[in-house]
Design a binder for this molecule. Sequence first.
Ligand SMILES: *Cc1c(COP(=O)(O)O)cnc(C)c1O
Length: 366
Amino acid sequence: MTRIYYTKPSITELEVNYAMDAVANGWGDKCYDYIYRFENLFKEHLNVKYAIATSSCTGALHMGLAALGIGPGDEVILADTNWIATAAPITYLCATPVFVDILPDTWCINPELAEKAITPKTKAIIATHLYGNLCEMDKLLAIGERYNIPIIEDAAEAIGSVYHGKRAGSMGLFGTFSFHGTKTVTTGEGGMFVTNDEVLYEKVFTFSNHGRARGQTKQFWPDMIGFKYKMSNVQAAIGCAQMERIKELGKRKREIFKYYAKNLLELNGISMNPEKEGTVNGYWMPTVVFSKETKVTREELLEAFRSENIDARVFFWPLSSLPMFDPKPENEWAWDIPGRAINLPTYHDLTIEEIDRICNILISIL
Ligand SMILES: *Cc1c(COP(=O)(O)O)cnc(C)c1O
C-alpha cells in the first residue's frame, strides 16, 4: 500500500518558474523584488497595512514581542495547547510564558482563564488559532482593552480562517504567520509579521534590519541591536506563486475537511474542528477527538495508522508537560484531549480514495 504523508506542499509550474526567475535574475538591484511583492500580496489578502516577511514565524514573534518591550520578569499568557514556537520567543526575552487551559470545543485559549491569569506583570496575551480553529477574538480583545494588554495573534495555522469578516492575524495588535513546508501557504521555511500599527511596524522594521533605522543615512550604522530573521528573495518568489493560488489552496483544504467530516461526524463519539456561526475555518489540519466513552487512545490510533502505512500526527502535547516548564495538570482539557485525538493527513493532492482509506481506519477502531 502506498504511503500517505500527513502533509506536503502543492508546487506547480508557477512556483517553479518564479523561483527560477529569482535565482537567475533576482540579484543586485532586484534582490528585494519578490520580497516586496510577497509582502504586498499578503497585505492585500489579509487587509492589513503593514507586513514584514521573515525567515520563520518564530522570528516574527520574537521581533514583535521584543518591540513591545517584553523582557525579564514579564509574563505572557498563552494556551497550554500550542506548538513550542509560540512559547520559545517569550523565553528568548527572559520573560515567562503563563499557560492556561483551552476550550473543549475549539481547543483554543479559554478567554475567562486568560483573564484570571492576568497579573501586574502580564505584558501580552497570545491567541493561537489552533489547526485553523478560531479563538474567541471578541472576548479576548475586550479583555485586552479592559486591562490595557495587547492581544497578539499567532495565525501560523490559520491562513484562510475568517472571524466575523476579519481574517485571522489581522485583529490583534500584531499577527504572525508561518510558511513552513507543512503550512497551507509555504516557502519551505518562512514567516510574516503583520500589523495595522504604524509605530509598532517601524520598530519591528528597524529590528528586522539589524537595528538600522529607515532614515539612517550613515552606511552600516545600526542604531540598536536588532535581529536577522529575513526571508530570501528566492523563498519570496515561491510565496508569490502560492499567494496567487491562495483561493485554490484554501478551497482544497476545505473540500478535504468536508469530505472527512461527511464520513466521520455521523459516527458516535467523534468531534472535529468546529466552524462557529459567523466564522470560516481554514481547516489547516483536520483533527479528530474521540469522546472519553469510546476509550480510544492516541497510542492505539498511532499504531493503526502505522500498520496501514499512513502518517499520523499527535495532537500537541501540553507545553506545561514538557521538561523545561512547570507542570500544570490543572489545565484539564489541554492535558486530557491529546490522549484521545489525532491529526489527519491533509494536502492539496490528497485523493478521495486516500481519504476513504484513512476514514476506514477510524471507523474500524470505533
Ligand atoms: C508552525 C507554527 C509556528 C512556527 O512557525 P515557524 O515558521 O516554524 O517558526 C508557530 N506557531 C504555530 C501555532 C505553528 O503552527
